[in-house]
Design a protein around this ligand. Structure first.
Ligand SMILES: *[C@@H]1O[C@H](CO)[C@@H](O)[C@H](O)[C@H]1NC(C)=O
Length: 293
């Protein structure tokens, strides 16, 4: 990118300058120069300027090796301290989208212990920690974010955080469970509220991604209309790599985080107050990791 940009500039400057010079130097070198004294000076200054710019870009690129880690992901993402901490490989994957479940995927199966185990693995919630500077870069106020307890041994500048993708999949799982109310009985209050919250969150994430990947159509026997081929090829982040790092580094949600004396609190909205009061007495672990989103 950088080279392309620069070589084009050099080319343009060089060709303008040398064409003038070459034709005229052939006939009368002395006159050619005196014809464009100002142009010559301007070109020289431009050349020196480009040289300095080139040097500065080179120095910048070689002095910050960390900037290269996950650089392409950073370019199209909001700030995340995790880009520094793990390598996120890409892979081309084909979406398994057979309408009749020819691939017999576990993700489509009705509830069972195996299905629950599979979903729990890919949506495992857990704490990580980030610094105050990270919190600021995230657009949040470190005076208001919860710090890790001292006994975790992470120092006093460790704020607890959650990985977005695990919450997203957790949310999809909540919608899946709402499809099977007999297998997954829900408290009356949260029955609609939780899946509604999850639908809204996932919709916004899909729109945020605004995929312009492409589906083709086929003619299929017995079918009157063009049949969409939804098994498209996509360039994907390697979820297993992210999950592996997450599992190796997370602090389990079962670790209690107690509120210190004099901690600053955020205020309840009236609607949330009503919801949480109605919810009181239920097992809060069922929605842990979900409140406040
Ligand atoms: C589709 O299924 C195959 C076989 O189970 C699997 O290897 C592949 O990763 C799946 N594709 C996606 C996008 O999950």
């Amino acid at each position: 990118m950088k080279n392309l940009f620069q070589s084009r500039n050099y080319e343009r400057l060089g060709s303008e300058g040398s064409e003038d010079d070459d034709t005229k130097t052939g006939e009368n070198p002395g006159r050619a120069r005196s014809n464009h004294p100002i142009l010559g000076i301007v070109l020289t200054i431009l050349n020196i300027g480009l040289l300095i710019l080139h040097g500065a870009l080179f120095a910048h690129a070689s002095s910050s090796p960390k900037a290269a880690r996950n650089q392409q992901l950073r370019d199209c993402s909001y700030f995340s301290p995790f880009f520094d901490r793990l390598e996120i490989p890409y892979a081309t994957k084909q979406i398994n989208a057979s309408l009749a479940n020819e691939d017999d995927s576990i993700w489509r199966k009705p509830p069972s212990a195996d299905v629950d185990a599979a979903w729990d693995r890919v949506s495992k919630l857990g704490y990580h920690t980030v610094t105050s500077a990270d919190v600021v870069a995230l657009g949040k106020n470190p005076e208001l974010t919860v710090r890790a307890p001292a006994h975790w041994g992470m120092g006093d500048d460790a704020h607890i955080v959650q990985l977005d993708v695990t919450h997203q999949i957790h949310c999809l799982n909540a919608i899946r469970k709402a499809m099977y109310p007999e297998y997954y009985p829900v408290r009356r209050v949260m029955k609609d509220v939780h899946p509604q919250h999850c639908l809204h969150v996932l919709l916004q994430n899909l729109m945020c991604d605004a995929s312009v990947d492409v589906m083709t159509y086929n003619w299929m026997e017995t079918q009157r209309n063009p049949f969409p081929d939804m098994s498209i090829n996509k360039k994907c982040r390697d979820y297993e790599a992210v999950l592996k790092w997450h599992e190796e580094h997370l602090v389990p949600l079962t670790e209690k985080v107690y509120r210190p004396e004099g901690a600053r609190e955020i205020h309840l909205t009236p609607k949330l107050r009503e919801l949480l009061e109605a919810h009181e007495g239920d097992n809060p672990d069922d929605t842990v990791g979900d409140t406040g989103r």
